[in-house]
Design a protein around this ligand. Structure first.
Ligand code: GDP
Ligand code: CA
Length: 314
């Protein structure tokens, strides 16, 4: 069964990791949000791409989910000692990625070419695509009237400002990565990982061309919310601030126009009826991924659910 999966960072990468253990590279392509990308200390940083690639390469820090395992912080500490900025944590190994990515971008290579090269070097065999080779930048407009770059909001200000709306700068001129569109066209099912719907998945879906391709396929999403709460990050807080009660059902509603099936947690069983009323087929299971075993088990269940949905539509 061929899968095209959409992902943000830490939440998305966990399910992708599970899927990659079960599917050969010809059957799983990953399309990753780059709306969080930014420039820091003159370096081009792609946090979600790196999280997905490090996770697939078994290089990720298992505690944080982002950054590298067995990391050292010499350069970070030395920059701080020079009164340099230190709100964004960059370990030495991670820095090598950003330095070399920036160097190659300056040489004229595209982000997708560089990602493919890095994946080859890291032994990641599944295709990982940035959503676009053009820059899209998520800007958080706050209730206080500020316009914050995503990392400024997310890391520097620790998601404290109240969100008023999001803007994806450059999105009208961005084009979907052609290989990503081909992967969607060739797939049996599109899977939306349990990533933040507002800032990890929406930037992908809002690039003109993706929804049109995705609509042609069955689409399954896994809820990033359990019991109305996010496991990490501001997803639930964002729903609240935007006037929507955070819940698995709210996520299903978010994706309603494209969704065939939705996977929710046992804790949220009471939301099943509501979701099914929107003609979305639901699977209720344990969607918390605390360790690798959880990732593989959930990925297995999600793939079985995909098969069931494909059989229904045959
Ligand atoms: P980020 O870019 O690193 O913030 O990562 P994502 O957008 O990919 O993931 C953030 C989302 O992942 C949050 O809304 C979390 O609730 C969700 N998440 C994290 N861990 C898990 C998990 O184990 N299971 C599920 N279902 N969602 C998770
Ligand atoms: Ca992210």
């Amino acid at each position: 069964m061929k899968i095209a999966a959409l992902a943000g960072g830490v939440g998305g990468a966990k399910l992708i990791h599970g899927l990659a253990k079960l599917l050969p590279p010809e059957e799983l392509s990953v399309i990753v949000n780059t709306g969080d990308d930014f420039e820091y200390l003159g370096l081009n940083i792609s946090p979600d791409l790196d999280t997905v690639c490090y996770t697939l390469a078994d290089l990720a820090n298992p505690v944080t989910g982002w950054g590298r395992k067995d990391e050292s912080w010499t350069i970070y500490q030395e920059i701080a000692a020079l009164d340099g900025p230190n709100w964004f944590h960059l370990g030495d190994k991670d820095l090598a990625t950003h330095i070399f990515r920036t160097y190659k971008l300056n040489q004229g290579l595209t982000l997708s070419e560089i990602t493919a090269e890095f994946c080859r070097c890291w032994g990641v065999n599944h295709p990982v695509f940035p959503m676009s080779d053009q820059s899209v930048r998520t800007v958080v407009h706050t209730a206080g009237g500020e316009a914050l770059g995503f990392q400024e909001y997310f890391v520097h200000q620790a998601c404290e400002p109240v969100v008023e709306h999001f803007e994806f700068v450059g999105i009208e001129d961005a084009r979907p990565l052609p290989q990503a569109i081909s992967a969607i066209k060739a797939c049996d099912v599109v899977i939306i990982s349990p990533s933040n719907p507002w800032v990890s998945i929406d930037p992908i879906l809002k690039i003109p061309g993706y929804v049109e391709a995705i609509r042609e396929k069955p689409v399954i999403a896994v809820s990033p919310l359990i019991g109305g709460k996010a496991l990490k990050g501001p997803a639930a807080k964002m729903y609240e601030e935007l006037g929507v009660k955070p819940s698995a059902a709210a996520v299903a509603k978010h994706y309603q126009d494209i969704l065939t099936g939705f996977v929710i947690d046992n804790q949220d069983r009471q939301e099943l009826e509501k979701i099914e009323r929107w003609r979305i087929i639901a699977l209720v299971t344990n969607i918390l991924m605390k360790n690798n075993q959880d990732r593989f088990r959930l990925a297995e269940e999600v793939l079985r659910f995909c098969e069931t949905i494909l059989n229904r539509s045959r």
